[in-house]
Design a protein around this ligand. Structure first.
Ligand code: MG
Length: 165
């Protein structure tokens, strides 16, 4: 029998460098520093993908979307997210809510919070209130504080479609 509720946790980190695009939560941000990655390197979406896969005990993002697979190479991260959400539905589950944390020194995330959540809600077929995005800095400590990288984590609750909330 499928458990009525499951939780998942995801974490991702990418390096930052000058002159590269910075896309977080599907939103392209103005920034001196951008993400070093083969894909768009959207750490926030990658963390959410891993949280969704984790809730299903379906391993991780690297297993499902290997760099070596031409189908996913350089793919827009929203496509990966759509695929993970599809896996949730195929297992008979719905997403309850997603709570995320971003850690980076700059730029400020708050002005883009609604745009990110609106876009993600659309991709996932959710209401705005089901997605939370929070951000913090590294207080100039560690790799986040030195602006060497950006870090994201996410937790998700999924519930079986037969559960009446
Ligand atoms: Mg990643």
């Amino acid at each position: 029998m499928q458990p009525p509720f499951r939780i998942g946790y995801g974490y991702d980190v990418h390096r930052l460098a000058e002159g590269l695009p910075l896309t977080l939560g599907g939103v392209r941000l103005e920034s001196r520093l951008g993400i070093v990655a083969h894909s768009d390197g959207d750490v926030l979406i990658h963390a959410i993908c891993d949280a969704l896969l984790g809730a299903l005990s379906l391993r991780d993002i690297g297993y499902h979307f290997p760099d070596t697979d031409a189908k996913w190479k350089g793919a827009d991260s929203t496509r990966l997210l759509q695929h993970c959400a599809q896996l949730v539905r195929e297992q008979g589950y719905e997403i309850g809510n997603i709570d995320c944390m971003l850690a980076l020194e700059a730029p400020k995330i708050n002005p883009h919070n609604t745009a990110m959540r609106t876009g993600l809600a659309e991709v996932l077929g959710l209401e705005l209130h089901q997605i939370s995005i929070k951000a913090t800095t590294g207080e100039r400590m560690g790799f986040v504080g030195r602006q060497e990288g950006v870090e994201a984590s996410a937790v998700v609750l999924i519930f079986h479609a037969e559960v009446r909330l």
